[in-house]
Structure formats: C-alpha cells, structure tokens
Design a protein around this ligand. Structure first.
Ligand SMILES: [Ca+2]
Ligand SMILES: [Ca+2]
Ligand SMILES: [Ca+2]
Ligand SMILES: [Ca+2]
Length: 231
C-alpha cells in the first residue's frame, strides 16, 4: 500500500488580526509515495480566541500526486488591546496504514493584536568576535504593530555569544539532515550515501581532526567517521 508523510510547512505561522486578506494560509506538505489520495483533519484548538476561526476540525485532502495543500483559516479584527492569540494546529483522523506525520507534525498559529506594539530582538542569538574591528557587538530590536502603545513580542530574551578569535569553531551546517532510504544514484561509483556538512569558522591557521559519531535510535554507536580540516 502506498505510504506517505504529511507535515506542516512551518513550526510557527503568524498573522495580524487586521490582515487585509481576512485569512491565513496553513500549508501542508506530503512526501514519500504519492500514488494515492489521502484524507485527514486539521484540528485547531485555543482558549479565549475571537480573532481566528473556525476552531475544531477542518478537512484536509491530498489528491493523487499532490505534494502540497493549503487550508485557510479566517481572521477577524476587534478593538481589544489584548496581546497575541495563540492556537495549536495538529493533524488527526488519518489512516495510519497510509500516512504518518513528518518531523513537523504539529504547529502553532500566532495572531498578533494590532492594538499593541511589539518590541523584540531581531534574533534569539547574536554573535560577535572578540577582535571585531568596530569594538562593538550590534544588537537589533524591532517594533511593530500599533506604535502608540507597547508590549513585548515573542522574542523578548536573547543571548550574546562573544567568540574567541584564537579558537576555531566546528559545527554541523544543519540541525536536521534528511535522506531517503531509496535515494539511489545509479551514476555514482560509490555506495548510497547521506551527506553531512560541517563548517569551520574563526582561526583556521592550523589543521584539526575530529570525529562524528553516529548513534542508532537506542543510543548505540554505529561508528565513528573521521573529519579533517586542513590549514
Ligand atoms: Ca481578540
Ligand atoms: Ca484590531
Ligand atoms: Ca485586538
Ligand atoms: Ca582570545
């Protein structure tokens, strides 16, 4: 039986309650075997909500071959100074023999109150080098909404990391890597591989070696891979 994975396109959707289009799009994506059509429901839950609807269930349908579908929620303006309304979104009532949820199986929708202004950091983590030529680290704040009042936005805390320029920093290029088990490359002379990229910043005036350890879902090591960065 065909089997596919459904997920939200975003972890967090956002809209303004006074958005001129009066609606917000929730996009869902489908990967895997698309050779059948599938149905499920989008469940929308929240407390004290009057700026978005309907709450409850909305039908979701993917036709044969379709890899994205969009569900629209209605937006309603009001005059209350109240802050953000938040609803949770989840996918339910699907056939587990045909469908599983992908990594982004639930999501949140924030509906911003236009009677309030939002002051927040532009990033959650700011970084600067200790040898920065300007001698300063730059922190940006943004303000949006109704500029005659004030409130904090969601991003109301942030971290500043000051990096040592005598050290080099090795990190993964992504938090999540994805590969398909059936990702065959018939033109390649090598066995099928998943690609993991590491980056190095800072002081690169020496060569360094490290290892990447791969663990199975039980936490057991599947092996160590050598990683060498040249000077
Ligand atoms: Ca409201
Ligand atoms: Ca309003
Ligand atoms: Ca309002
Ligand atoms: Ca230093």
């Amino acid at each position: 039986m065909p089997f596919s994975y459904i997920e939200f396109s975003e972890a967090v959707y956002s809209a303004w309650e006074n958005d001129g289009t009066n609606r917000v799009a929730i996009t869902l994506t489908r990967t895997g075997d698309l050779s059948n059509s599938v149905y499920m429901d989008l469940e929308i839950l929240g407390n004290n909500i009057n700026n978005v609807g309907p709450l409850g269930m909305l039908p979701v349908y993917f036709a044969t071959g379709e890899d994205t579908t969009t569900v629209y929620l209605d937006l309603f303006d009001d005059n209350f100074v109240e802050g953000t309304e938040t609803v949770s979104l989840s996918l339910v009532n699907y056939d587990p023999n045909q469908v599983a949820l992908g990594t982004q199986g639930t999501a949140t929708l924030n509906v911003f109150d236009d009677e309030v202004s939002y002051i927040e950091f532009s990033e959650t983590v700011f970084t600067a080098w200790e040898n920065e030529q300007t001698g300063q680290a730059e922190i940006t704040l943004t303000r949006s909404g109704n500029l005659n009042s004030d409130s904090l936005g969601n991003n109301n805390t942030a971290t500043l990391e000051v990096r040592d320029d005598e050290t080099s920093y090795i990190e993964f290029s992504d938090v999540n890597y994805l590969a398909w088990e059936n990702d065959f490359n018939f033109n390649s002379p090598f066995p099928d591989q998943a690609e993991i990229t590491l980056t190095r910043t800072g002081d690169t005036y020496n060569s360094v070696s490290t290892q990447v350890e791969v663990l199975d879902p039980m936490g057991y090591s599947m092996g160590l891979f050598n990683v060498d960065f040249m000077m």
